[in-house]
Design a protein around this ligand. Structure first.
Ligand code: M6R
Length: 615
């Protein structure tokens, strides 16, 4: 939610921060802006001024505006917005200046007490030009400013309630960039005599691999001579730089028309990467987690918590884990979890699933679980993210940077890592015979190759998508794990194609929804669960009898399904519990090609943003 960039060094700063924004645009894209501190290094401070250029619309609109000319600067900050307070518009776009135009701020997060602060600042004579919560920040910093920018930022933030990641520049300090965070991510890239600030690591990859991950209440003071991190409450804190191993090419489209298509095609290798080094001699080795076996044996309840796609991954794992571990395992929406007062104690295990590791509701769920003494595991993709740092144990999904807002490779990596973690728990609790675990791991190791074989049949999906081009109502149907998967298939289609798509447990159709089925409706069915095959086939016949066209994703060799479907897409056979990793691939491709044929902006769907850092 909102992307922040900053640069201080010897390069021309504006092109650098604009390039960083391009790599952060998935975080928000309703308006963008840049502030350049002119004459950085100028001896006569009266000559220094900050020029702001901002505009409503996508980053390209800002780039077009900048082509009208932007000053040379060595220090600049920039922002791409996802509106929370105040509609998308040029005045509401960041950066925001104070009255004098000498203090300028970009912000990600929500200032919860901004109404009260705004009233107080107006009483002090400050004039506001936007409807945003953010604008209180430059005015508040100016109010406390007595020549020391760092101290003014600290004093201002002490009055703020809410979440923030900010970068601040001042015309009085053309060689100083101040950054701070609480409950919103911010990283500092360390170059050779140059420094970068960004919301996410992918924005730093072309410039540096050495990264300082700021933690909550950190304030970074960045000068040409180096970076000092202090606590917002005062006192220096030590943050060790981390070396990022992600390949910078991984955050580029590499010839694909969209990041989504590229990320779908990366899945054989991202699943392989998630498995690498974690299977040995027919057993799962997740000693990297550092879970105490005695503690694992004492667990009497498990929650799998996430939002959106991550929640859907939890839905799949919850069914499988419960069946094997014989203790209650529930998938929970992070945005609901803490409000329903779940049973949590020191015998509970709470697995927080998140690609970004920064989703506000998922982090809040983790803190709720920790407050009750429960053990938390962060199943997370982004190295150094808040979830990775704050969960008691972290398990990385190894999907590499996911740029498209719609999650694809993160989902299959989550399913893969959850399969490993579930089996690891069965090992620690001796819940399954060793031979069964070994057979499941063999099947899991075959998945990357099977995904490759599905991708080789992409043309079949291209044709199916053409067939569906005029359809605007889709029901995704399945039973058991296929229903869990149907929910992810429906989400993919709706979020990028804007078509109505809804997932239903197939057995529920006749309890109401069948009333909506006509010839203009299509059913996308998932039929991979052996035990439920016949029941699902009957449900599909009921839908077909009422005129809906039925497209089914089914196993190779399941001849019966032909009788209840108009069209069948075959996926290779695996163990029932692993079929979702295979069956989602055609559904991802179907969503992609339907959206593409409809001329939709696939990587940046309307109203959405990746990494939802507000509740
Ligand atoms: O970063 P997270 O995995 O915590 O994000 C959770 C959801 O916001 C995310 O999966 C979202 O639903 C995707 N846009 C779905 O494609």
């Amino acid at each position: 939610m909102c992307g922040i960039a900053g640069y201080l060094g010897s390069r021309s700063a504006v092109p650098v921060v604009v390039d960083q924004l391009r790599r952060l645009e998935y975080r928000g894209y309703d308006s963008a802006g840049v502030a350049a501190v002119r004459s950085a290094g100028e001896v006569d401070l009266r000559a220094v001024e900050i020029q702001i250029v901002k505009t409503e619309g996508k980053l390209q609109a800002l780039v077009d505006k900048l082509n009208g000319g932007m000053p040379e600067a060595r220090l600049a900050i920039a922002h791409t917005r996802w509106a929370t307070h105040g509609r998308p518009s040029t005045p509401n776009a960041h950066p925001h200046p104070d009255d004098s135009g000498k203090i300028v701020v970009c912000h990600n997060g929500i200032i919860e007490n901004y109404v009260e602060l705004r009233g107080w600042l107006q009483g002090q004579g400050h004039e506001f030009r936007s409807e945003t919560d953010t604008e209180v920040l430059p005015h508040l910093i100016a109010e406390y400013y007595e020549g020391d920018l760092e101290q003014a930022v600290r004093d201002a933030l002490a009055r703020v309630r809410g979440s923030f990641a900010i970068v601040v520049v001042s015309a009085d300090h053309p060689d100083l960039l101040v950054a701070a965070r609480k409950d919103s991510p911010l990283v500092v890239g360390l170059g050779d005599g140059e420094y970068f600030v960004a919301s996410d690591i992918p924005a730093l990859l072309p410039y540096t691999r050495d990264v300082l991950v700021l933690e909550d209440h950190d304030l970074a003071v960045i000068r040409p001579t180096g970076v000092t991190i202090r606590s917002l409450r005062g006192g220096e804190v030590k943050r060790e730089p981390m070396r990022v191993t992600w390949d910078s090419a991984a955050a580029e489209k590499q010839g694909y028309d969209h990041f989504m298509l590229k990320e779908i095609h990366e899945q054989p290798s991202t699943i392989r990467d998630t498995l690498r080094g974690r299977i040995a001699e027919g057993r799962v080795d997740l000693s990297e987690l550092g879970i105490d076996p005695a503690k694992a044996q004492a667990i009497d309840r498990i929650y799998l918590v996430g939002c959106g796609t991550a929640y859907h991954a939890g839905l799949v794992a919850a069914q499988t884990w419960e069946r094997r571990l014989r203790i209650p395992v529930a998938a929970e929406l992070a945005s609901e979890f803490r409000y329903r007062e779940p049973v949590l104690n020191e015998r509970s295990l709470v697995v927080l699933i998140s690609q970004s590791g920064e989703t506000a509701d998922t982090l809040a769920a983790m803190r709720e679980a920790q407050a009750h003494g429960s053990t938390t595991v962060g199943l997370v993709n982004v190295v150094g993210s808040t979830l990775a740092r704050e969960a008691d144990h972290a398990l990385y999904t190894q999907a590499g940077p996911e740029i498209c807002v719609a999650s694809t490779k993160a989902y299959t990596s989550q399913l893969t890592a959850l399969s490993l973690l579930g089996l690891y728990l069965t090992q620690l609790r001796e819940a399954l015979p060793a031979a069964e675990v070994a057979a499941l791991l063999e099947a899991l190791s075959a998945i990357p190759g099977q995904v490759e074989s599905i991708l080789a049949k992409e043309e079949e999906i291209v044709r199916a998508a053409e067939f569906f081009s005029d359809c605007h109502d889709f029901f995704f149907l399945g039973r058991g794990l296929d229903y869990a998967l149907a929910q992810e298939g429906a989400l993919k289609l709706k979020e990028i194609s804007y078509r109505h798509s809804e997932a239903l447990a197939a057995g529920e159709m006749k309890h109401g929804t069948l009333a909506l089925v006509t010839e203009s409706v299509s059913a996308i069915a998932v039929a991979t669960q052996d035990a439920l095959r016949e029941k699902l086939a009957s449900n599909l016949k009921e839908v077909k009898a009422r005129g809906a066209y039925v497209f089914t994703v089914a196993r190779e060799g399941d001849a019966e399904i032909e009788h209840s479907s108009d069209q069948v897409f075959r996926v290779p056979n695996s163990h029932d519990s692993l079929m979702p990793i295979l069956a989602i691939i055609p559904l991802q491709l179907l969503a992609y090609y339907i959206a593409r044929n409809g001329g939709c902006e696939i990587d940046q769907p309307r109203n959405l943003a990746k990494s939802v850092t507000v509740e």
